[in-house]
Design a protein around this ligand. Structure first.
Ligand code: FAD
Ligand code: SF4
Length: 318
């Protein structure tokens, strides 16, 4: 790890003022410190966000809930209101890493974490995402990589929370200099679809302040398949959410994780019309196969994604 300057922010304004070209925000440090130890990033200044009081709050006082960027993954997983009203969010949080990681890692850091591609994380390799000329995964070991990508980098988004927050139509509130900016979750990742250098759409110095989650969607779930039952990343994940009123479904959305550089929206006219009979669910999951472009070693993700779509939709309708 290279030497760096350490600064503590006591307010959102203070963090923005401390931000300089080449500085980085530090929340739980699970991702940032790992990258610094491997010389993947070497910030000149690290700005600790943990003492900013307002960022650690879960506010459920109105119909749109606000979760501060410093709320930990464990707090999300354990929160009774979240478990009761947004069960998919609690499920996604409880699948992150291990209890030790969940106790430290934060919502903001989880959304802004960088690629886990093993070539990107290798200190001696400079792949396309690190400014080099080649994507080593495309022709190399791509078992954990994307089925869909709009650019030569096939590293998938791995944040569990991004996938469920996309399905819940959450908005991410940022400070960009002195401006307040709100992005949908698809917007938060859209740059990573087309630009191999991007992990997300955050610009240098952007500070995630909180996430707003509307609560009218009264059904939600998150499922994932991993190689190990605990302490492991998703091979594929799936979040589904919608609003059920009487027998009718509204605003249904389904997103997949770990299959694209963005949370990948499963599109179907059946989903748009809220048709969720078991035949419709079967047809929605079948349609995915024709859209995916698997690499040499990740074709196994297609049937997993199809099974997860089926299971997630069946779970919210039952
Ligand atoms: C063994 C292991 C298993 C894991 N398994 C999973 C898993 O299954 N699912 C999953 O989703 N994740 C998993 N993770 C990743 C982990 O959840 C993330 O590394 C963690 O959530 C990052 O949060 P943090 O608070 O520690 O962020 P930090 O490491 O402090 O920061 C991460 C990045 O976000 C930036 N950042 C932090 N806060 C803000 C903010 N408020 N605004 C703007 N930028 C900010 C930092 O500058 C940095 O670039 C795993 C990690 C490990 C080590
Ligand atoms: S998938 Fe992306 S991060 Fe991985 S080697 Fe290719 S360019 Fe690098």
């Amino acid at each position: 790890m290279k030497n760096f300057e350490y600064a503590r922010a006591r307010s959102v304004d203070g963090a923005i003022q401390l931000s300089t070209p080449g500085s980085r925000y530090l929340a739980g440090g699970i991702d940032l410190l790992g990258e610094m130890k491997e010389y993947i990033v070497s910030p000149k200044r690290v700005i600790d966000l943990k003492l900013i009081p307002d960022l650690g709050r879960i506010d459920t006082s109105s119909s749109t809930w606000k979760l501060g960027a410093n709320v930990t993954i464990a707090e999300i997983a354990k929160s009774e209101p979240i478990r009761a009203t947004l069960p998919g969010l609690a499920e996604a949080a409880s699948e992150v890493g291990s209890p030790q990681i969940r106790n430290v890692a934060t919502l903001g850091g989880n959304l802004a974490q960088h690629s886990r591609c093993w070539y990107y994380r290798h200190r001696d390799l400079h792949c396309l995402k690190r400014g080099g000329a080649t994507c080593y995964a495309r022709e190399g070991e791509n078992k954990y990589h994307s089925l869909f990508s709009g650019n030569p980098c096939v590293s998938p988004v791995v944040s569990n929370l991004a996938v469920i927050l996309a399905a819940l139509d959450a908005k991410v509130s940022l400070r960009r200099g002195d401006k307040e900016v709100q992005l949908t979750v698809p917007e938060l990742y859209s740059d990573a679809w087309g630009n191999p250098l991007a992990h997300n759409s955050l610009q240098p110095g952007d500070l995630i302040v909180h996430v707003e989650i509307p609560t009218p969607k009264n059904r939600s779930t998150y499922l994932q398949v991993s190689e190990k039952s605990d302490f492991d990343w998703a091979l594929v994940s799936c979040a589904a959410a919608g609003r059920k009123t009487g027998d009718r479904w509204f605003e249904v959305s389904v997103f997949l994780g770990a299959v694209a550089p963005i949370p990948y929206r499963v599109e179907s006219p059946l989903i748009e019309r809220g048709e969720l009979s078991s035949a419709a669910i079967g047809s929605i999951s079948q349609s995915l196969a024709s859209q995916a472009t698997p690499l040499a070693h990740n074709g196994y993700k297609v049937p997993i994604a199809q099974a997860l779509i089926r299971r997630a939709l069946t779970r919210i309708v039952s």
